[in-house]
Design a protein around this ligand. Structure first.
Ligand code: PGA
Length: 263
């Protein structure tokens, strides 16, 4: 992928929400809405990230609908198998149809206290298994207020991608999600978000070269909704959105997907 053909990518992070009935209904409605956008020739990639236990069920739902929505997992453990009670490996995720994995989400970093070293192991494990990895980064409010936004993002990108090979980059997506904007109804202004994305792309260019960096998609996340999505995604370095709250309502989520392809 190059700068000129970065296809927008929208993720619906369901977090610890839904149950069997509501999850299936949501997946069906989203699959049908995305299918009609694709039938109109719109270019957009969509992924949904249900809770672990519902992955096989949502995989079946999407398959039955003939959907090309990618099934995503909200987290993973880097080891292949063994005595890691409560954890789930990349191979297990693959086995149930998962194509893309979130790593280092803000709630994993700040609620579950995952550090950059563990996040890096997870990123490498996902990429190594030829799956897409969405590395999430973002600053906290006090870090923004003290002018550290770019420093924090840069550190999380550099540490998260340590020892990642250039040939693995086509499977990498970065999600910039300012922590203070997640689930709060506050969003970064389009210009502030663009500035952070641009800096992240410069860091990627430093790590992997300008051309490779130009091909990596960087999603914005943090209180994205139907009303603010279009303006955010019209910024040159914003290539889609990672959506939490608004991904739980099919109509809202589909409006965001539609905004990503200019509609
Ligand atoms: P939000 O969550 O859209 O509810 O702010 C985004 C995320 O955490 O990915």
């Amino acid at each position: 992928m190059t700068a000129s053909n970065r296809v927008p990518i929208i993720g619906g992070n369901w977090k610890m929400n839904t149950d069997r009935t509501t999850g299936i209904a949501l997946a069906k409605a989203v699959a049908s809405g995305v299918a009609s956008l694709h039938a109109q020739g719109k270019k957009v990639e969509v992924a949904v990230f249900p809770p672990f236990v519902y992955l096989p069920m949502i995989s079946e739902t999407l398959c039955a609908a003939g959907s090309n929505i990618a099934l995503g997992a909200q987290d993973v453990y880097h080891a292949e198998k063994g005595a890691f009670t409560g954890e789930v490996s990349v191979g297990m995720l693959k086995d149930v149809g998962v194509k893309t994995v979130l790593v280092g989400h803000s709630e994993r970093r700040h609620v579950i206290h995952e550090g950059d070293d563990l996040i890096n192991l997870k990123v490498r494990a996902v990429l190594h298994h030829a799956m897409r990895c969405v590395l999430c980064v973002g600053e906290k409010l006090e870090q923004r207020e003290t002018g550290q936004t770019n420093t924090i993002n840069e550190r999380q990108v550099r540490l998260g991608l340590r020892d990642v090979r250039p040939d693995e980059l086509d499977r990498l997506v970065i999600a910039y999600e300012p922590v203070w904007a997640i689930g709060t109804g506050k969003t970064a202004t389009p210009q502030d978000a663009q500035d952070a994305h641009r800096h992240i792309r410069l860091v990627l260019a430093d790590l992997f070269g300008k051309d490779a960096a130009a091909g990596v998609r960087i999603q914005y996340g943090g209180s994205v909704n139907a009303a603010n999505a279009k303006e955010l995604m019209s910024q040159p370095d914003i290539d889609g959105a990672l959506v939490g709250g608004a991904s739980l309502k099919d109509v809202d989520f589909l409006q965001i997907v539609s905004a990503a392809c200019g509609g």
